[in-house]
Every structure is written in C-alpha cells, then in structure tokens.
Design a protein around this ligand. Structure first.
Ligand code: NAD
Length: 325
C-alpha cells in the first residue's frame, strides 16, 4: 500500500502519519507514506520521523500541479489534511484561506482524478455548519459557515462533493469537532493556554467565556478518518464528534487546575468578531455504519496533553505565537 497524506507536518496530519508508521491502522500495516506539506508557520518537520524506507517527505504546495503529477502515480489512497486552519488568522488574511483551502483542494482533486488515485478522504470540520444554539447537526444540515476559515472549508467540502457527483471520483468527507492532543501549534486555545500558564504568562478569555465547543482527542479523530478511508462509501459524509461539550470558561477552569494556576492569570478580552456560540454534532452515522466510538476519555486525555507540553518545551518554544489579542 502507498498513501499520500497532505498536511502531514501539521497537528492532526502528523498524528495520522505517526499512526500509519506505527502500523496502528488496519489494512495499512507496512504502508509507504508520502507526506506533501508546504511547511507553513503551522507545519513542523520535527513532528515526524526522518525520511526512511516507509516515509518520504515532499515539501511543497497542494496547488503545485507539477509536483502532484510526480507524487500521485502509484498511490493507492489520499488523505487530505492540508489547510490554513486558524480562525483568527482568517479574519486578518482571508485570501490565504481561499487559496489553500478552496483552490488547493480543487487542485488536489483534479490531480487525483487525472491519475485515477482514490479513495480520497477530505478532512472537513463541524465549523462548516455555522453555529447552533441547541440540539445537534446531522450530515444533511445546510452549510452556513460564519468565519472566512469556515467558509473556505465549506468551499473545499463542496468541491469534494462536486468531484464525486460530476466525475465519480471516490471522495469521502469527514466533519470533525475540535481536536485536542500533543503537537498542536501554540496559537490554538488549549496549547496557547497551557504554554502560557507553564511560562508564568496570562491567558485571554474571549467575551464571557460562554462559547461552547465539542472536544475529541486527535487519536480518536485519526481513527475515524481511517475508518472512513477503509469502510466509508464514495460521496459519503461522516460527522465525527467527541461527545465532550464544554464552554470556554469550563475549559479554562480545567486547564488552570492542571497547570496549578488561578483565575488571576486570566485576562477577559473582547469577543472575536462573528464568534460562533456553539457547535454540536450528531455523529450516529459513523457510529452505526462504521462502528466508531471515541476511546480516549476527556479528563485523562487532557491531563496527558498538559504533561506532553511540560515534557516537550523544545517543540513549542520555537513557534511564533501569533494568537490574538
Ligand atoms: P494545522 O494548521 O496544524 O496543519 C495544517 C498543515 O497543512 C501544516 O503542516 C501546513 O504546513 C500544511 N499546509 C498549509 N497550507 C498548505 C499548502 N498550500 N500545501 C501543502 N501543505 C499546506 O491544522 P490541523 O489542526 O492539523 O488540521 C488539519 C485538517 O483538519 C484541516 O483541514 C482542518 O481544517 C481540519 N480540522 C481541524 C480540526 C481541529 O480541531 N484542529 C477540527 C476539524 C477539522
């Protein structure tokens, strides 16, 4: 088996690649992995082992068709994680999001079609649905994204659908809730809070802290992606939820406790423009059809992540932390 993983130097993609190399995923034991990653500020080559008999790292852009034409022949599958992924950055620099997430995904799909490489798993997000005050979304909800990030992910999600409907390309789509885990860039909420609290800094809490998110461990998300790759159907869309819903204030409380810090380390800051209030998924489809169930319990999972950032300062201290405000 040969598999191409885009964005494999990022948070979730690198976890998936490390899992492939450790033969964690059924049907892909011994697989050769090619990673295509542009190594933007978010990509980190040190999140992966060095190149070897089972790993080839190609630094480059998913919009580079010549590079795709070199990398795709002979691949048996593609998992597409590459994206601009940070909502705050998308408010300041939306064009990068349109270029990578929409045009880049279209370029990748087009090359997969030309080289007859499939299945392709397109890794989308719950943010494409917008915001929901109560209840949950299933896969048939309309896409009503609110941030430029979410809009660009919705564009790429619909592009994936179009390549399936129009050309019959075997593309499957996952829409997952917020991930937590090791190797996440310190601009994102959980690692930002942990690294600030471990370095005697303060942490910003948007608005009244009442925004609610559903959390899943990155290990579980990667298992779900692999289940869709091996058991999903062409054109299928699969929500992946973690089942742990917390307000940002509740998350802050947990992180303060795990980092032995008090509320005096928290700064209340004005809310993010257009901040979605709540995301919540109905993921009964992937549970019923593919037997998915999250395996990492939230409390111990979060404690282990804090411990990982304590143990690996060299990994995160080199990052440029551009979190606002
Ligand atoms: P990340 O920002 O940590 O990693 C993205 C990776 O893509 C980086 O290594 C970056 O260098 C690479 N990249 C960016 N632009 C590229 C380009 N033009 N060509 C090639 N590589 C490029 O993101 P992440 O958190 O690991 O998210 C991975 C995917 O999962 C994204 O598609 C994201 O939308 C989706 N997702 C993330 C979450 C989450 O909570 N983090 C939840 C649901 C879905």
């Amino acid at each position: 088996m040969r598999i191409l993983v885009t964005g494999g130097a990022g948070f979730i993609g690198s976890r998936y690649v490390r899992g492939l190399l450790a033969d964690e995923y059924a049907g892909y034991e011994g697989a050769h992995v090619t990673v295509l990653d542009k190594l933007t500020y978010a990509g980190n080559r040190s999140s992966l082992p060095p190149d070897g008999p089972r790993l080839t790292f190609a630094e480059g852009d998913i919009r580079d068709r010549e590079l795709l034409d070199r990398l795709l022949p002979g691949q048996d599958a593609v998992v597409h994680f590459a994206a601009e992924s940070h909502v705050d950055r998308s408010l300041r620099n939306p064009s990068e999001f349109a270029l990578t997430n929409v045009v880049g995904t279209q370029s990748l799909l087009d090359a997969c079609l030309a080289h007859d490489v499939h299945p392709v798993v397109h890794v989308s997000t719950d943010e494409v649905y917008g915001s929901i005050d109560s209840g949950t979304w299933d896969e048939n909800e309309p896409l009503l994204p609110n941030s430029p990030y979410a809009a660009s992910k919705a564009g790429s999600d619909l592009m994936a659908r179009a390549y399936w409907r129009t050309h019959g390309l075997d593309v499957r789509i996952t829409r997952c809730s917020n991930n937590y885990g090791p190797y996440q860039h310190p601009e994102k909420l959980i690692p930002h809070f942990i690294t600030q609290l471990l370095s005697d800094g303060t942490v910003p809490l948007y608005g009244d802290g009442g925004n609610r998110r559903e959390w899943i461990h990155v290990d579980d998300h990667c298992r779900a992606v692999h289940l869709v790759l091996t058991g999903g159907v062409a054109g299928g869309v699969y929500n992946v939820g973690g089942g742990t819903e917390l307000s940002n204030r509740e998350m802050t409380e947990r992180l303060l406790a795990l980092c032995d810090a008090d509320w005096d380390r928290v700064r209340n800051v004005p809310d993010r423009k257009g901040h979605d209030l709540r995301y919540a998924l109905d993921d009964s489809k992937i549970r019923d059809e593919l037997g998915f169930e999250p395996a990492v319990p939230f409390g111990p999972g979060l404690a282990a992540v804090v411990q990982w950032y304590r143990d690996n300062p060299l990994w995160w201290k080199g990052h440029d932390d551009d979190r606002e405000p």
